[in-house]
Design a protein around this ligand. Structure first.
Ligand SMILES: Cc1cc2nc3c(=O)[nH]c(=O)nc-3n(C[C@H](O)[C@H](O)[C@H](O)COP(=O)(O)OP(=O)(O)OC[C@H]3O[C@@H](n4cnc5c(N)ncnc54)[C@H](O)[C@@H]3O)c2cc1C
Length: 393
């Protein structure tokens, strides 16, 4: 068994999640993919077993078991169903703005409902014309009396149509670039708020990805998170803490595909022996397992650092590295798993076909992997390693 830095309590929770994943989630995964319907039964399962409480403090109705535990739980769920793993990842993504910058009143109002899973949240940054370049957003919010009035739209929003609240980024000062963006909580029943088209897509099909519209949408001024103009910084602080969750989704997919390919390779015979005994297949399996374990080491280190209070440049860099590495591993390893199954890997009867499609999105959302490389390089360029060159002529 791989070594891990988990406490006894965390191992017990992992065991519970593992059992639920095997017994309750895995049997539903193919059907969720096929029907492309939002899996309310999986939401109910996570509610019943208080798994939505994992990203929250005890004071707000959560388990207080820390960031590493959330990553482990997402990994375990994603080994069998990446859509179900994503439910937990987005519970964290959509709540972090309130957790990090909410007033006591805002936290008391929203966090317990999110910790119980009564409400699902969404994080609404991307627009049709602004994804990687999020500062180019066009949605605007203006203060009128004791209300903000929001106009514009967002695209590709996970949990669109099923969320109880949306953390929305909009320009309060359109001429001020990054510093003109503010963050708001918009409840789903706010007047002028509407959910548009839900996108059909390649993978994570049970998860909703949709457009949302704001047409003179009115929300109380008290729904502003932080101060006006702090929105871009808030969006990035959230991503620093949520990107590892996507890494965990990727790692779960990679490990799930490795486990499946291993068992298949032990039983499928060609040329008189199990394919696992052909050296090229054995070597591929060895590479898959090694990549998963390396990804896990980086991801868990990132989780531990978050639990130790890491912030700023240190966190930005390692969380981008964890997201980048785990999700690139997800794509490579799920593709290798399909190859190991041969023709059977390509048909829907076997789960590796779904895993390969699901893996692709992990390289794209919460910042594409090109953007992660830019982030990591930008942090490296700020570092001074000149001492290493001492004595080099
Ligand atoms: C299923 C799904 C769920 C999503 N969920 C959410 C969500 O919940 N909330 C949310 O706000 N957004 C969400 N997104 C949006 C997602 O984060 C964006 O799609 C992603 O950040 C990329 O933005 P874009 O699609 O506009 O691509 P673009 O920014 O147009 O990029 C196109 C290509 O150019 C590359 N590129 C762009 N700029 C650079 C650069 N400077 N250097 C090198 N390469 C570059 C990109 O990496 C990409 O390959 C979701 C998207 C999908 C598909």
């Amino acid at each position: 068994m791989p070594s891990d830095p988990l406490t006894e309590e965390q191992r017990e929770i992992r065991e519970l999640v593992r059992t639920l994943a095997r017994e309750r989630v895995a049997p539903r995964a193919a059907e969720i993919d096929k029907s492309a319907e939002f899996p309310w039964d999986m939401v109910e399962l996570l509610r019943e077993h208080e798994l939505f409480g994992l990203p929250f403090d005890e004071a707000h109705g959560g388990t207080g078991t820390g960031a590493l535990m959330v990553l482990v739980a997402i990994e375990e769920l994603s080994k069998v169903c990446a859509t179900t793993g994503l439910l937990l990842a987005v519970q964290e993504l959509g709540s972090l703005g309130i957790k990090l910058t909410g007033t006591d009143e805002q936290k008391t109002r929203w966090l317990p409902r999110l910790a119980s899973g009564e409400w699902l949240p969404a994080y609404a940054l991307t627009e049709a014309g602004s994804g990687s370049d999020s500062a180019a957003m066009r949605t605007e919010a203006r203060l009128e009396g004791d209300e903000y009035v929001i106009n514009g739209s967002k695209r590709f929003i996970t949990n669109a149509g099923v969320a109880g609240l949306y953390v929305v980024f909009a320009k309060t000062d359109p001429d001020a670039g990054h510093s003109g963006i503010s963050a708001f909580v918009v409840e789903a029943d706010a007047p002028g708020f509407e959910v548009g088209r839900i996108e059909p897509k390649m993978g994570i099909k049970g998860s909703t990805t949709g457009e949302i519209f704001f047409d003179d949408c009115r929300i109380p001024a008290g729904n502003l998170l932080g101060e006006e103009g702090e929105g871009f910084r808030i969006a990035m602080r959230i991503l620093d803490r949520s990107r590892p969750g996507i890494g965990a989704q990727g790692l779960g997919l990679a490990q799930g595909a490795t486990d499946f390919a291993l068992e298949y390779a032990k039983s499928r015979e060609t040329m008189g022996k199990p394919i696992a005994q052909h050296q090229l297949i054995a070597a591929t399996l060895a590479d898959m397992e090694t990549k998963c374990e390396a990804a896990r080491g980086l991801l868990y280190k990132c989780g531990q650092l978050i639990d130790e209070g890491a912030d700023g440049a240190e966190l930005t860099k390692i969380s981008a590295m964890a997201k980048l590495f785990c999700t690139d591993v997800a794509m490579e390893v799920t593709t290798d798993a399909v190859q190991i199954l041969g023709g059977y890997g390509y048909i829907q009867e076997y789960p590796v076909e779904r895993m390969m499609r699901d893996a692709k999105i992990t390289q794209i959302y919460e910042g594409t992997n090109q953007i992660q490389r830019l982030v990591i390089a930008r942090e490296m360029l700020k570092e001074n390693r000149a001492f290493l060159l001492a004595g080099v002529s």
